[in-house]
Design a protein around this ligand. Sequence first.
Ligand code: FES
Length: 299
Amino acid sequence: DLASVAPTLVARTDLAPGIVELEVRAPLVARAARAGQFVRVLPQPDGELVPLTLADWDATAGTVTLVVQGVGTSTAGLVATAVGAALAGVAGPLGCPSRVERHDDDTTVVLVAGGLGLPPAYPIAREHLRAGNHVTLVAGFRDAAHVFWDRPDERVALLGAGAPGRFDVVWATDDGSAGVAGPVTGPLEGVLEAARTGSGRRVAEVVTVGPPRMMRAVADLTRRYGAPCVASLNSVMVDGTGMCGACMVPVVVDGVRERRHACIDGPEMDAHAVDWDRYLPRFGQWREQERRSAVAHGL
Ligand code: FES
């Protein structure tokens, strides 16, 4: 009876300072998972739900892969979980799967991922490659110490293997200690400019996942070039099922202001419809509570 299997941490890999890859036994979630979806993880019965976008899953092994950075009380607890320990709950998959369509042969789908945005971008890139699309991945990090999955035997290098689509990757770091120096918008502008002048592939769409300010910069840049852009939004979430309103995203559709739930309408949304000026401040709304919780837990 798979429904009665307790979610258990079966493997744990340190990827970068404070960032771990967790493999969690959750057979029903693994069986239903699709690219772009997320789960709610409850580390302890009295903890809070942590929304995490799926980095990978294995329906045969009954496991899902999550990449976590210990930034607050709950994520720090998750990062410190020992292999073999049970988690109080893993619910999902939640949210709408990524929309993956077959695009023309002379185009590319550009995935722009920043830091912890790389794990959610990975299965989306894989779906596009399986569909036969050309994929360009721009993966940006703070510095070389925070880069992960970049070795020849790791996920990103293996992405193109056996898939009908072809794959290019550009690594970037803010300080230039690995790959191209500067933010992800630099390589992205190179791709958009090559498409504009006809010296490179046309851009079918841009999908961005990462820190909110980075996604805003990607939205602004793609708007200037007239390229469609989707952002996978990592709103603050509470229930993750459309009831609490914590994840609200202000959008403007046909000149009309509306609000969407990142948890059930997203997490992916038209990045050009998001009202970033009103959305970005929402990420700081619990800062004082987070600070007090960190102090109370000795972090
Ligand atoms: Fe509660 Fe989306 S997280 S409505």
